[in-house]
Design a protein around this ligand. Structure first.
Ligand code: FAD
Length: 379
């Protein structure tokens, strides 16, 4: 059993940290204030080939595993970029896994290289306003018209839809759900941004499809098997989100510790008080324990072994540990924790993104109770 990173993983971590250092606190503070996609950050990662880290080499990727992708995404959020930075590229890193696994050769050649080169940005359209976590009940319809499709209906919370050129779309066709990767053609799609709590740099939206034509060539795999294909990508996505959450939590703890060393009240640094030290020490332990689960899940996935329980557990543990750490970082800063220029209030707001999406803590607990403990399905 070896818990250390390989030389290559260390190299990835260092290279990403170096790249992210060019996009410092002021950059993310500005993005958070003004909104607007961090296109220069996205392009910087694309230029150095990072967007293809987990994509097959045959299509221009690096062919590395989910563990390496997790190292990369963690380093992005840990740099202070948080979810503003991680979500700007998250979808590109592993979102198209269903195309890699279930797409045909022509689709992979057509769809993957532009994503890896940063020419296409893709959004992921699953969630709907009336069905929530009960994905099997989604209503957006893809009507089969002689092999091609016409898509109509509403999605919600679709991130990056303001800037995306492409959409990975789950829709109902016939009796089942079908997956498409197609042009995000704004002639047939209306996008309304949702005003939200945090992560202003990366938009989330209501999306209305009004007769979007989708050629048969853009259907991934077989009709009616879309839910199955999406399930395939769920574990890697949970692992990446969990890695991002640990990164953000670490960033919050290190900011709080630095502040606690400097801030003098009652003639001594506040960090000399155990009431300040102990919660931060507990935050560090919770984050590092969650991180062990992240990389256990990643190494199981990369070895082709089942990892559903571990991937879900990692996402749950990292979400709670990150939230606690961010909250503690705000409290450690006292009143200044509430001021934007100290950044920790942004981290706290962003921690909710990874707790809620793509699956909530409650539903993870339901999953573990049912699948690991063998209790009756409760949902
Ligand atoms: C910032 C952000 C970005 C997002 N980006 C995307 C995106 O790009 N693409 C996309 O498709 N989706 C996206 N989502 C949607 C996200 O995946 C969903 O919000 C999430 O899956 C929860 O679904 P819901 O909001 O419909 O909650 P609901 O299903 O309405 O659930 C509401 C609450 O009830 C609880 N609940 C429901 N059923 C049960 C049960 N049986 N037992 C216990 N508790 C239950 C849930 O845990 C939750 O706390 C995003 C969300 C956010 C906030």
């Amino acid at each position: 059993m070896d818990f250390s990173f390989s030389a290559e993983q260390e190299r990835i971590r260092e290279a990403i940290a170096k790249l992210c250092a060019r996009f410092g606190d002021d950059y993310w503070l500005e993005r958070d204030r003004e909104g607007g996609f961090p296109a220069d950050f996205h392009q910087a990662l694309a230029r150095d080939g990072w967007l293809g880290i987990a994509m097959p080499e045959a299509y221009g990727g690096a062919g590395l595993g989910i563990a390496e992708a997790a190292v990369m995404m963690q380093a992005i959020s840990e740099s202070g970029a948080g979810f503003s930075g991680a979500s700007a590229v998250h979808m590109n890193i592993f979102g198209l896994n269903p195309v890699v696994v279930f797409g045909d050769e022509a689709q992979k050649r057509r769809m993957l290289p532009p994503l890896i080169e940063g020419k296409h940005r893709a959004c992921f359209a699953v969630t709907e306003p009336d069905t929530g976590l009960n994905t099997k009940k989604i209503k957006v319809k893809a009507e089969n018209k002689g092999g091609n499709y016409i898509v109509s209906g509403q999605k919600v919370w679709i991130s990056t839809a303001q800037v995306a050129e492409k959409v990975l779309l789950l829709a109902r066709s016939g009796a089942g759900l079908t997956l498409f990767y197609t042009d995000f053609d704004r002639e047939y799609i209306e996008v309304r941004e949702i005003e939200k709590m945090g992560r202003h740099a990366v938009d989330s939206n209501q999306v209305f499809f009004d007769g979007l034509p989708v050629p048969a060539a853009d259907r991934i795999g077989e009709e009616g098997k879309g839910f199955e294909y999406i399930l395939h990508g769920m574990n890697p996505e949970r692992i990446l989100i969990a890695a991002e959450l640990v990164g953000l939590g670490r960033c919050a703890v290190s900011r709080a510790a630095a502040y606690a060393k400097e801030r003098v009240v009652f003639d001594r640094p506040i960090g000399k008080n155990q009431a300040i030290q102990h919660p931060l020490a507990a935050n560090w332990m919770a984050l590092e324990a969650a991180n062990l689960m992240v990389f256990k899940a990643a190494s199981l996935y990369d070895a082709g072994k089942p990892c559903g329980a571990e991937a879900n557990a990692a996402k749950y543990l990292a979400g709670e540990a990150c939230f606690d750490a961010c909250q503690q970082a705000v409290m450690t800063h006292g009143g200044f924790g509430y001021a934007r220029e100290y950044h920790v209030e942004r981290y706290l707001r962003e921690s909710f993104v990874g707790r809620i999406a793509p699956v909530t803590p409650q539903l993870i607990l339901c999953f573990i109770a049912e699948r690991v403990l063998g209790l009756p399905k409760s949902y």
